[in-house]
Write a protein that binds this ligand. Structure first.
Ligand code: ZN
Length: 203
């Protein structure tokens, strides 16, 4: 399976990091070894001093497809989850400066927290699926699917021009504003429509 991630898909977040708003989806990937499931602890890696949380809606692909037209994209997913795209911001900044790839900053082991998936009415995305992240019981990020620059159907259409989508592939759809650092001892908890979806203890 593949894990796609979308960068700068919320205008507020692109601006908070001083990035331009993209004219087409910014895509990167994580390997399956990045997944952190079942509320497991996250161990702060030794190679970074500035790991950031990014809470994101995650779509699971339910059938294979390539070059999917936008009007048929809704047939390729019916479940949604919530995750964190952990990012080694210090490594990413260096990579961006030099124009180097982002893998070491984004695709490292256990950098992709993922909740269980729940059924999704595709129309719900347009009216707005709300999600938020709490750090140590305090809300740090809040977002709604309505604010995505590129909606899910557009992402599926775009991704499938380049990559065959396969059953079980995941799409991390980007993070709203409010990203920030974690430290050992922190506890993160993600909520979808006010329902707790995951917890993650930083060790
Ligand atoms: Zn992200």
């Amino acid at each position: 399976m593949k894990i796609f991630c979308i960068g700068r898909n919320y205008v507020d977040h692109a601006k908070e990091l001083g990035n331009q708003v993209p004219s087409e989806p910014l895509v990167f990937m994580k390997p399956p070894t990045a997944l952190l499931k079942n509320n497991k602890d996250f161990y702060y890696p030794t190679f970074s001093k500035n790991i950031h949380f990014e809470v994101e809606l995650v779509i699971k692909i339910k059938k294979n497809g390539r070059s999917i037209q936008q009007q048929f994209a809704g047939g390729y997913y019916d479940e949604i989850g919530l995750g964190i795209d952990f990012t080694a911001r210090d490594i990413q900044e260096k990579a961006k400066e030099k124009g180097h790839p982002w893998e070491k900053a984004k695709a490292f082991d256990f950098s992709a927290v993922i909740s269980d998936f729940i059924p999704l009415e595709t129309s719900a995305l347009e009216s707005g699926i709300e999600f938020h992240l709490e750090k140590n019981g305090k809300e740090v990020q809040v977002g709604t699917s309505k604010d995505m620059l590129f909606n899910i159907d557009t992402l599926i259409c775009h991704l499938s021009r380049y990559f065959t989508l396969q059953t079980g592939d995941l799409i991390y759809t980007g993070t709203p504003a409010g990203v920030g650092p974690i430290k050992i001892g922190d506890k993160l908890e993600g909520f979808l429509q006010k329902k707790s979806m995951f917890t993650c203890q930083i060790k």
